[in-house]
Design a binder for this molecule. Structure first.
Ligand code: SF4
Length: 74
């Protein structure tokens, strides 16, 4: 079963290249650091399954991770 948040249909090659350069992965190797607790994460819009990232276009998994992870400051 494919995760809909891994579907990059309609995302430009340039934007796909950006996520590669940041070393985005769909599953974080660090349990306490993941997209959904990153300050650059964009939570899913209402009725949408996937979030996004301020650094590139296209769907992002809450449990993903990249080299630019930064904690949400309270
Ligand atoms: Fe996820 Fe990286 Fe974007 Fe943070 S900067 S939301 S860790 S892809």
């Amino acid at each position: 079963q494919k995760n809909p948040c891994d579907d990059l249909t309609g995302v430009s090659a340039e934007e796909i290249e950006k996520r590669k350069k940041l070393a985005y992965v769909t599953k974080t190797p660090i349990p306490d650091s993941h997209c959904s607790n990153c300050t650059l994460y964009l939570p899913p819009a209402k009725d949408k399954p996937c979030g996004g990232c301020m650094l590139f276009k296209g769907p992002v998994r809450p449990e993903g991770y990249c080299a630019y992870w930064a904690p949400i400051s309270n």
